[in-house]
Design a protein around this ligand. Structure first.
Ligand SMILES: Cc1ncc(COP(=O)(O)O)c(C=O)c1O
Length: 564
């Protein structure tokens, strides 16, 4: 058979399948490939089968069913994979035409790629010809095609029509490279007007592409979106965004997108976060642009740690969370039981029973319009449970360095530090000073120049055997601080809470910081001066050990956790 074909001048061709939704410049791309000297093209060879199977109506339905192969099996075996006269055959497919019953060879054989375009552009263009629907647009099919190919170990390259318009040569070169065929400059230009390769539906659909002679830049600013299709847009956009992630060079507001960053703990790349009342994958876990935390940092938060199947000091953290929310006059706050349930469900779904940290935020919630007033908050609070794998963040073995920031800690005159709010700019400014000095954190002074805490932790010193820590006037009344103060008493050490000046820290025998995230962190240098002899001191070690024992022994058990 192959020999017979060869005698007719026909050869076995390599098929390149282009999969896209309608109105994505797929016909322009077909014209572009048709320019090549090694390529023949087919315009939607599965169209007739699609109309036959789905019963969809079109003005040209009967003509198309007569003139094109309407048996999907034959269309695949004899038309798409039939012999030809060139090395390659480009098949333009519209994803909705991938209907049940087609032979699996369609996906298994040949090279495939996906062409996408924002539904913001597709829907207005499609509605000019046929009323759009979810099935007509076919994004769900496009995702299925992507998944089928990925499961076969051949995830297809994806290109975006916007890139093709913006930078045709680079996009075509990239696509050719991905398809492992040489780029040909011929692909950049074609003649205007109808072509013999056009499907019989061309008079209805190809009016504007017939005017083109290449990929032309799109309009800088598009027309207003037709809001009758708002619901459809809401269904289509997330699917488009999923495919966008696979685009070689994603369209981006930044001219040169930043490289994909490395995560401090790679295991956190795939996690589920609780937002509102649902668990969402990391990249989809978002709050509304109307949320109070976006509008004004109007939110309260807690950091909690998980040790050996238990949440350490859960009730103490929830007490502070609810107190902070009350101080800020939040309304429609979830109950303690609801918050606990959300925390448990998040940890269990993520399989996080140890070595994890929870960033728990409760925002004043979504507003009905942008603005400052809590009177716009008619939806109730938004709860966020972000759990991550997180080993202690400081060097608790050799100790850390601190510097003193020029930024003063908020005083109760302006924003009371007893409210654990997300408006963290005061601390972030100090943290920037710490970063600039290569220090782990920065000490913040109160309005009178006494030490309050660091930008992220509470602080203690030891002088001649006495443990001293600042009053919680300007600092956050930390839960680790309170725990360590209890341990100091249990260890029969002397404890004092008072105003402490910076020079007392410079001349202390030992210093450490406390916080849920970092636990007890020895400080060995402050503002260039060694603390004591510059080594971790004995009182610090004793309290670190006592704290470690406590975290293993106490805590609220996570349901379903069993020691193995
Ligand atoms: C400014 C500040 N100080 C201290 C702490 C430590 O508090 P806790 O021990 O409750 O984690 C935190 C933690 O959130 C903080 O943000």
């Amino acid at each position: 058979m192959a020999e017979l074909s060869m005698q007719n001048g026909e050869v076995e061709v390599e098929v390149i399948h282009s999969w896209s939704t309608p109105r994505t410049l797929s016909t322009s791309l077909m014209y572009s490939f048709a320019q090549r000297d090694d390529m023949e093209v087919l315009d939607e060879p599965l169209y007739a089968n699609f109309l036959r199977v789905t019963g969809f109506d079109r003005p040209y339905r009967e003509e198309l069913l007569c003139k094109m192969e309407a048996d999907g099996n034959k269309a695949v075996k004899e038309v798409i994979f039939g012999p030809g006269r060139k090395k390659y055959r480009f098949c333009k497919h519209i994803s909705k035409q991938w209907v049940p019953g087609l032979p699996t060879d369609l996906i298994k054989k040949g090279k495939h790629f996906i062409l996408i375009r924002s539904p913001l552009d597709i829907l207005p263009s499609f509605e000019k010809i046929v009323p759009p629907s979810f099935q007509e647009i076919g994004l769900a099919n496009l995702i299925s095609i992507y998944n089928e190919l990925s499961e076969l170990g051949r995830p297809p390259p994806i290109i975006d029509a916007a890139e093709l318009q913006e930078n045709p040569e680079a996009t075509l070169r990239g696509l050719c490279e991905d398809l492992d065929i040489p780029f040909q400059a011929l692909m950049l230009k074609w003649e205007a007007g109808p072509k013999p390769i056009d499907g019989i539906w061309a008079p209805w659909w190809y009016k504007s592409v017939h005017k083109s002679t290449g990929f032309e830049k799109g309009r800088k600013y598009s027309q207003p979106f037709p809001f009758v299709h708002y619901d459809l847009l809401e269904q289509c956009l997330p699917l488009y965004n999923l495919l966008c992630r696979g685009v070689r060079k994603p369209s981006c507001l930044l001219k040169s997108p930043l490289p994909r960053p490395n995560l401090p703990v790679p295991a956190n790349e795939k996690l589920l976060a609780w937002v509102g009342d649902e668990l969402l994958p990391r990249d989809g876990a978002k709050v509304s642009v109307f949320d109070s935390v976006v509008q004004g940092g109007d939110s309260v938060w807690e950091g909690l740690r998980v040790y050996s199947g238990k949440i350490f000091k859960l009730d103490e953290h929830l007490d502070r969370l609810f107190d902070s929310a009350k101080a800020l006059a939040f309304t429609n706050v979830p109950t303690r039981e609801e918050v606990k349930e959300a925390i448990f469900r998040t940890l269990i779904r993520n399989g996080m029973f140890d070595n994890s940290h929870i960033r728990l935020s409760l925002t004043r919630g979504k507003k009905v319009t942008s603005g400052m007033s809590p009177e716009f908050n008619l939806y109730g609070c938004t709860l966020i449970v972000l759990a991550e794998w997180k080993p202690p963040v400081y060097d608790n073995t050799s100790g850390i360095t601190l510097v003193t920031a020029t930024t003063r800690r908020n005083s109760p005159n302006n924003l009371d530090s007893k409210i654990h709010h997300n408006n963290l700019l005061n601390n972030i400014l100090a943290k920037i000073e710490g970063n600039s000095a290569n220090a782990a954190d920065a000490i913040m002074l109160d309005k009178d120049g006494y030490v309050s805490e660091t930008n992220a932790t509470n602080i203690f010193l030891v002088k001649k055997g006495r443990v001293i820590t600042p009053h919680a006037d300007y600092c956050l009344p930390g839960i680790t601080r309170a725990t360590v103060m209890d341990l100091v008493v249990k260890e029969k050490l002397e404890l004092e809470e008072r105003r402490i000046s910076l020079s007392e820290f410079h001349t202390a025998d030992e210093v450490w910081t406390t916080g849920t995230m970092g636990e007890l962190s020895p400080v060995v240098k402050i503002d260039g001066r060694d603390v004591g002899d510059g080594k971790v001191g004995p009182v610090t070690r004793r309290l670190q050990n006592a704290y470690k024992t406590l975290t293993q022994d106490v805590g609220v058990p996570i349901p379903t956790y069993h020691v193995t």
